[in-house]
Design a protein around this ligand. Structure first.
Ligand code: SF4
Length: 426
């Protein structure tokens, strides 16, 4: 119901967040609060009042509780106000986490319908997207949670994850719009999440577990530092070079620009600009950082033998600080149904091991730090690769006199120039 008795609060502290050239969430909240024809205007006024109080006292006034929809164990974040006596209109301000479409592709019609649903049942405030990829429908009363979910569900959307469970996943815009894409990201995203949906809606793990899918090593979903299980597009043959475009680029920008901004910025010094303005890439030493490809987009592109690299254990700060993902599968082609089944199988093995062995409130990266990377790989049945060694052995009391012979024998057998497999080293 419209409540015109609620007045716009004085917000001198929040007002400061509207200064400057950047967009301000405070301006957004005020816009919603000023529209007295809408039922949520009073809610937004009291929300602004509570927020101003929080900034003044440096205290948060939201407390949790238990709110859900029928058949689901998570996906709604309850928020009850501790200062509801002062700000009654925003006493209940729950958030519905809704899973995004893979690749974040929406039609305008779908977005308009989402807005209509949220104007009817919520506060009108929607955030696209949260750090886990969720569409955050913020500001719902307890009474409206179920009808709001039903309306969104009718549109084909489902609740995401919350609590100790598989969390909502996200994939980058991918091959629909990006020429660097190395696999079908929406398909991988959809396949994996559909397979493990129960783990999302019925929290039963020691802590959260996140999948994310990026189409190339630019990693637009930040999966390496934000996902337990990062699936990143990769190629294993040579970078493709169009020398005509290289010459055109050099002609336009000049040799000094190319040397200063491309060649010398290659982290492994794998690039050489030749006298005839062509480019040579030492592909064996290229670490797929994407820098040269990003700068010379027309001239350079990922190779043709494409697939994914899987990394495990990324997370933001908690107990042992920030962690980046560690490679557990250097290359997996994702072309056939069998390849996708293998991706799901690896995901299942890792998640089951995590569910059985992690301590409460421990992420995968922390678990691996605790039990050791070698032990983890052995238990989930994944091959170790010499490239996974973080740093050379420092203990001098290890006999290495037969290592060279073992490495040579391995190379002869497998026809590779890589190092030796640990199990073959005596
Ligand atoms: Fe060097 Fe990165 Fe280009 Fe590879 S992708 S050649 S590492 S700049």
């Amino acid at each position: 119901m419209t409540d015109v008795t609620r007045k716009m609060p004085d917000t001198p502290i929040l007002d400061q967040l509207e200064r400057g050239p950047w967009p301000s969430f405070v301006s957004g909240l005020k816009r919603l609060a000023r529209d007295d024809s809408k039922p949520y205007a009073a809610v937004m006024k009291d929300l602004l009042g509570q927020l101003e109080l929080s900034y003044k006292t440096k205290k948060g006034y939201w407390k949790g509780g238990t709110i859900g929809v029928v058949g689901y164990g998570g996906g709604v974040i309850p928020r009850f106000s501790e200062v509801a006596d002062k700000y009654p209109a925003s006493a209940e301000f729950h958030t519905l986490r809704i899973m995004p479409a893979p690749g974040m592709h929406y039609t305008t019609d779908v977005l308009r319908k989402m807005c209509d649903v949220w104007e009817e049942f919520g506060s009108g405030l929607i955030a696209l997207h949260g750090q886990s990829g969720d569409i955050m429908f913020q500001g719902c009363t307890s009474k409206n949670v179920q009808p709001a979910f039903d309306a969104l569900n009718e549109m084909g959307f489902d609740l995401g994850g919350a609590g100790p469970a598989l969390r909502t996943s996200m994939s980058c815009v991918g091959h629909a719009r990006c020429e660097h894409s190395c696999y079908d990201e929406p398909r991988a995203h959809r396949t994996v999440i559909n397979e493990f949906l129960d783990e999302m809606h019925r929290p039963a793990m020691p802590y959260k577990f996140k999948f994310k899918f990026s189409g190339c090593p630019n990693d637009c979903t930040n999966s390496i530092q934000r996902a337990d299980f990062a699936v990143i597009g990769m190629w294993r043959d040579d970078i493709k070079i169009d020398q005509k475009e290289v010459r055109a680029f050099v002609g336009e920008r000049g040799r000094a620009y190319v040397i200063d901004n491309v060649v010398t910025r290659c982290p492994t010094r794998s690039l050489r600009l030749n006298d005839d303005d062509t480019l040579t890439v030492d592909n064996r030493n290229c670490v797929r950082c994407m820098h040269c490809i990003n700068v010379m987009t027309k001239a350079l592109s990922p190779g043709d033998d494409r697939g994914v690299t899987i990394l495990l254990g990324g997370k933001r700060t908690l107990k042992v600080g920030d962690l980046m993902g560690t490679v557990i599968v250097p290359f997996l082609p994702l072309k056939t149904d069998e390849d996708y089944a293998q991706l799901v199988d690896i995901g299942r093995r890792v998640m089951e091991f995590f569910a059985d062995n992690a301590l409460e409130h421990e992420r995968t990266g922390e678990m691996i730090e605790r039990i050791g990377f070698g032990n983890f790989m052995e238990q989930v049945g994944l091959d170790l690769d010499p490239n996974m060694v973080a740093h050379p052995r420092t203990n001098p009391y290890v006999r290495m006199d037969e290592w060279e012979a073992a490495a040579a024998a391995y190379r002869a057998r497998h026809g590779t120039s890589g190092g030796s497999r640990p199990e073959e080293i005596p």
